[in-house]
Design a protein. Structure first.
Ligand SMILES: Nc1nc2c(ncn2[C@@H]2O[C@H](COP(=O)(O)OP(=O)(O)OP(=O)(O)O)[C@@H](O)[C@H]2O)c(=O)[nH]1
Ligand SMILES: [Mg+2]
Length: 422
């Protein structure tokens, strides 16, 4: 079984990582959930989790039982990273030996997978995670010599949040995708807070993060599901990062549909429902690839009512309707996961290489507003650095767009990528 570990950095990510650990006992994860944060000297590290503890006092005990081994406070600034990603990055740099020690204690093997989580609007997670991934990828020596299996989950700020959050988000997105001129995370999964609320039909609820986080952890669970319930037909987790990386596709977003009744819903209808709910704003029909995971009751597989071949056929026809160019996209994977004791069907479509135009429309104005007010050298963010980060993202976006357009013109020659017959 592929083992997974989670490294959640910063306040929002701590909530998501801990909630996942508390809600799901996953044999692929066991207790490998590491919470990183910078906290002001006078605040307890569990502060971000207080609301969760109020809702369920047992969670406090659970937290107490893991905190010695699984909670790492790094950095020395008295006020944490203060919403400044350059400070978050510097703190991670200074304390990298400590962070590395905690990651090593997860005891992952070279074939295992690490999932990093950060909110991209903040300073700590957003500043530290891309740096940590970069260091782990480029420096061997924590038992994971081949550390190109570091996936990342980045949470985008609400539309209404302040310019600094949007500025952080653009910089964080760029640095997760590319760092020091090369690909960074093997796969970057993006989730937008405002979009999740639209999809769930929420608006300004009391504890809105709780609802969003519950949705996000379901997604994480589905992502890991093929590693837990393996069969010969399920996609190997290696496909998650190796293939898209070869294609230069790094960014993804989950599209989900939960709790479907297999007696009344067709797979086709479930796939349609899922793809109507992407967790970032995007344009329909403008994506390069997809992974589809279908988690079904074990009995439906044993009785032959659903087969891997059936799913692949459904995914092919779905892909012709939903991926760029109408030819079914560049690559697609389908994974049927038979879950004992399960009664309904859950679908996760990881849509990859989608056009980032809509997302950038959301981020762009506030990003520039904040950037223009930055004084060079102020707040530890060097002007040249921002330009470099922006340029990398611009190049990545343009390349994605170019490929989508090529597919739309039906001009892509897959042979160039070494594919004969896709
Ligand atoms: N989905 C979700 N988003 C969150 C949560 N907490 C904060 N956010 C979002 O994350 C951003 C703020 O980031 P934090 O996680 O508070 O920041 P941090 O990583 O601790 O960094 P600092 O700025 O140094 O505190 C904002 O855009 C928030 O909307 C959460 O529990 N769930
Ligand atoms: Mg914080």
């Amino acid at each position: 079984m592929t083992r997974w570990g989670i490294v959640a950095s910063g306040q929002g990510a701590n909530r998501i990582g801990f909630l996942y650990y508390a809600r799901y006992r996953n044999p692929a994860i066991e207790d490998r959930v590491l919470l990183l944060n910078t906290t002001p000297a006078d605040v307890k590290p569990e502060k971000p989790l207080e609301k969760l503890f109020e809702a369920d006092p047992e969670l406090r005990e659970l937290y107490d039982s893991i905190k010695r081994r699984r909670v790492c406070i790094f950095g020395r600034a008295p006020s944490g990273a203060g919403n400044n990603w350059a400070v978050g990055e510097r703190e991670a740099m200074d304390d990298f030996h400590t962070i590395r020690r905690y990651i090593a204690s997860l005891n992952l093997r070279p074939q295992d997978v690490l999932l990093g989580i950060a909110t991209l609007g903040g300073g700590t997670g957003n500043g530290s995670l891309p740096y940590i991934i970069h260091r782990m990828r480029t420096e061997p020596g924590v038992g994971m010599e081949r550390m190109n299996n570091f996936l990342a989950l980045g949470i985008l700020p609400y539309d209404f949040e302040a310019p600094q959050r949007h500025f952080n988000a653009v910089c964080g997105l760029s640095r997760l995708l590319r760092y020091a001129g090369r690909q960074n995370a093997a796969l970057v999964i993006l989730v937008d807070n405002s979009q999740v609320e639209r999809v769930l039909g929420l608006g300004g609820e009391e504890d809105r993060y709780m609802r969003i986080n519950s949705e996000i952890i379901r997604c994480i669970h589905m992502l890991i599901a093929p590693s837990v319930y393996t069969s010969s037909a399920t996609i190997d987790i290696a496909d998650y990062y190796q293939l898209p990386s070869n294609l230069g596709i790094t960014h993804f977003t989950p599209c989900m549909s939960w709790g479907n009744d297999p007696e009344v819903m067709s797979i086709e209808a479930m796939l349609e429902n899922a793809s109507a709910n992407p967790l970032v704003p995007l344009e329909k029909g403008r994506a390069l690839m997809a992974y589809v995971i279908l988690a079904v009751p074990e009995s439906t597989v044993l009785e032959g009512r659903v087969t891997q071949e059936m799913l692949e056929e459904e995914v092919r026809s779905w892909a012709e309707r939903h991926l760029a160019g109408g030819g079914g996209g560049l690559v697609r994977y389908a994974s049927l996961v038979a879950v004992p004791e399960k009664r309904d069907v859950d679908v996760l479509i990881l849509l990859g290489g989608f056009s980032l135009r809509k997302l950038m429309e959301k981020l762009d104005d506030k990003y520039h507003k904040f950037k223009e007010c930055l004084t060079p050298g102020e707040g530890a963010i060097e002007q040249g650095k921002v330009e470099e980060v922006e340029k990398e993202l611009r190049r990545y976006i343009a390349e994605t767009e170019r490929r989508i357009e090529a597919l739309e013109r039906q001009e892509t020659r897959l042979e160039r990528w070494g594919f004969g017959d896709v």
